[in-house]
Ligand binder design. Structure first.
Ligand SMILES: N[C@@H](CCC(=O)N[C@@H](CS)C(=O)NCC(=O)O)C(=O)O
Length: 253
């Protein structure tokens, strides 16, 4: 039911990409991604490239021992992902998603209409600046601090719940920037919630019925399944995470 055509996902070009993932230079230019397998941010970039049918070389980074290439290309934040297009570096996943959309033909990631475009940007930023820090903090804090973060996350996610109400995807009929940006909410969070004992405590059927429907659809979608890390591997990573991994965003105070 939630099959790939609704994502504009082109099976033919995808199998081609799979075969040539390490191709260095193509008519699309030389495209490299500095990423980490478990990072929702670098997975966003890979999802967008695959949606557009862009061949790229993937370079796994070790965040404990960052490569000179990462430090050179993202000297400000020293974070991944970084996209290198013909040696030009682009940092920050949401910026990269827009770059990908503007650079390559194919299924749109942002709407064309300026007003719809501004709304998509608003919600993607809302996910990054507000939802993710609160959800992350709920996972990795304790006591009163955790309770406060949980409440905050529940309330913030209610806004997303209203936004997705009556729609198939945040992008409308097709997956878009907000769906891609919210990959942590749909996939990562459920896995971490199991590890840290937060199942049904932040995202709930009762408070977020529409968001829950979207999450179910998202995780059943074959395009998504092919672009997220294996659940067991991810769960293991977070189980091992003592001390817990740092928050993904600066704004988690
Ligand atoms: N706003 C950034 C966040 C990226 C981010 O937090 N990346 C993490 C990996 S999940 C990272 O590189 N962390 C390294 C560090 O904090 O030193 C984006 O969207 O690209």
């Amino acid at each position: 039911m939630y099959s790939t055509p609704s994502l504009y996902y082109n099976k033919k070009s995808f199998s081609k990409i799979n075969k040539h993932t390490n191709t260095k230079s193509t008519s699309m230019g030389e495209v490299k991604v500095l990423g980490a397998w478990g990072s929702p941010f670098s997975r966003r970039v890979e999802m967008a490239l695959k949606l557009k049918g862009v061949e790229y070389e993937y370079m796994e980074e070790d965040l404990i021992n960052k490569s000179p290439l990462l430090l050179k290309h993202n000297p400000v934040h020293k974070k991944l992902p970084v996209l290198l297009h013909n040696a030009n570096p682009i940092a920050d996943s949401l910026v990269i998603l827009e770059y990908i959309d503007e650079t390559w033909e194919g299924p749109p990631i942002l709407p064309k209409d300026p007003y719809e475009r501004s709304k998509a940007r608003f919600w993607a930023k809302f996910v990054d600046d507000e939802c993710l820090p609160a959800m992350w903090k709920a996972c990795w804090s304790s006591g009163e601090e955790r309770e406060k973060a949980k409440e905050e996350a529940v309330e913030l996610l209610k806004f997303l719940d209203s936004e997705i109400k009556g729609k198939k995807w945040f992008g409308g009929d097709n997956i878009g920037i907000v769906d891609i940006a919210a990959n942590f909410i749909a996939y990562w969070f459920g896995i971490i919630a199991e590890v840290v004992g937060l199942v049904d405590e932040v995202i709930t059927q009762e408070k977020h019925p529409n968001l829950c429907k979207w999450i179910e659809k998202y995780n059943k979608c074959s395009f998504v399944k092919e672009n997220v890390p294996p659940k067991d591997k991810l769960a293991e990573k977070f189980k091992d995470g003592s001390p817990p991994p740092p928050p993904p965003l600066n704004s988690a105070s």
